[in-house]
Design a protein around this ligand. Structure first.
Ligand code: ADP
Ligand code: MG
Length: 238
C-alpha cells in the first residue's frame, strides 16, 4: 500500500502548460522529495496526486487502482499545508479530531486516535490549547496530527516548514524524518530547499519548468547529476 504511479501526466491552466508528460513511480514507504525552483510546478504536481486538481491528460494509479478521476477524500492521502490551515476557534484536540468527526467516528475511537497522534507528536500537554497559544512548530505538529489520524496511505507535504525560522526548520526536519521511520508510510515532500531535499529524501525528483530533470537518491544526484541544471541546483544550496 502507498504505491503511487504517474503515467504521462500533464496539466495546463488555459494555454499555460504547467506539468509536462510526467512519468514517476513511488514505492510503498518511500520518502520522496519534489525539489525545484519556485514556479516549476511542484505544488501543482502534488495537488494532482491529491486530487485537488484534475489532470489534463495522463493517469494516476494509487495502489494499483486508477485514481485519475477519484475525489480527494477517496484517495486515502493526507495533505499537510505550509499555512497549517488550523481552525483558530477550536482546541488542538478538536483540530486533530476534526477529520474523524467528519467521518462519523465514535467518541471512543476519536479519543484513542487523537491520544495516539498527540503522543507521537509530543502534543499531549497541549491538547486543550488554541492554535494561537502555540509556537509555529507546535502548530505544524497539530497540522501533521490531523493528517495522521486519517491513517493515510501517503502523506503529502507542501513546503511545510517554509513559515518557520531556520533553527526550528532543522528541528522539524528531523521530526518529520523520525515520523517517517516510525510510521513507515509513503511521504511526498515538496520543497525548494536543496538541503531539505538532500537530508530527508530516499528519492529526489528534480523538477524544472514542469518536467522531471532527474530522479535518484541524494547520493546519485550528487555524484552523477544528469545535467548542468541538476548539478547547479544540488551543488549550490541557497
Ligand atoms: P511551485 O510550487 O513549484 O512554486 P506551482 O505548481 O505553484 O509551482 O506553479 C507552477 C506554475 O503554474 C506557475 O507558473 C503558476 O503561476 C501556475 N499556476 C499554478 N496554479 C495555477 C492556477 N490555478 N491557474 C493558473 N496558473 C496556475
Ligand atoms: Mg509551491
Amino acid at each position: 500500500m502507498g504505491n503511487i504511479t504517474l503515467n504521462k501526466v500533464s496539466k495546463s491552466f488555459g494555454t499555460t502548460h504547467v506539468i509536462k508528460d510526467i512519468d514517476l513511480a513511488i514505492d510503498h514507504g518511500e520518502f520522496v522529495v519534489f525539489v525545484g525552483p519556485s514556479g516549476c510546478g511542484k505544488s501543482t504536481l502534488l495537488r494532482l496526486i491529491a486530487g485537488l486538481e484534475d489532470v489534463s491528460s495522463g493517469r494516476i494509479m494509487i495502489d494499483g487502482t486508477d485514481a485519475t478521476g477519484l475525489a480527494p477524500a477517496k484517495r486515502r492521502l493526507s495533505m499537510v499545508f505550509q499555512s497549517y490551515a488550523l481552525y483558530p476557534h477550536m482546541s488542538v484536540r478538536q483540530n486533530i479530531a476534526f477529520p474523524l468527526k467528519m467521518a462519523g467516528n465514535d467518541k471512543a475511537v476519536i479519543d484513542k486516535k487523537v491520544g495516539d497522534a498527540a503522543r507521537i507528536l509530543n502534543l499531549t500537554d497541549y491538547l486543550d490549547r488554541k492554535p494561537r497559544q502555540l509556537s509555529g512548530g507546535q502548530r505544524q505538529r497539530v497540522a501533521i496530527g490531523r493528517a495522521i489520524v486519517r491513517e493515510p496511505e501517503a502523506f503529502l507535504f507542501d513546503e511545510p516548514l517554509s513559515n518557520l525560522d531556520a533553527a526550528l526548520r532543522v528541528n522539524m526536519r528531523l521530526e518529520i524524518s523520525e515520523l517517517h521511520q516510525q510510521l513507515k508510510t509513503t511521504m511526498i515532500y515538496v520543497t525548494h530547499d536543496q538541503v531539505e531535499a538532500m537530508t530527508m529524501a530516499d528519492k529526489i525528483v528534480v523538477l524544472q519548468a514542469g518536467r522531471i530533470e532527474q530522479v535518484g537518491s541524494p547520493l546519485d544526484l550528487y555524484k552523477h547529476p544528469a545535467n548542468r541544471f541538476v548539478a547547479g541546483f544540488i551543488g549550490s544550496p541557497k
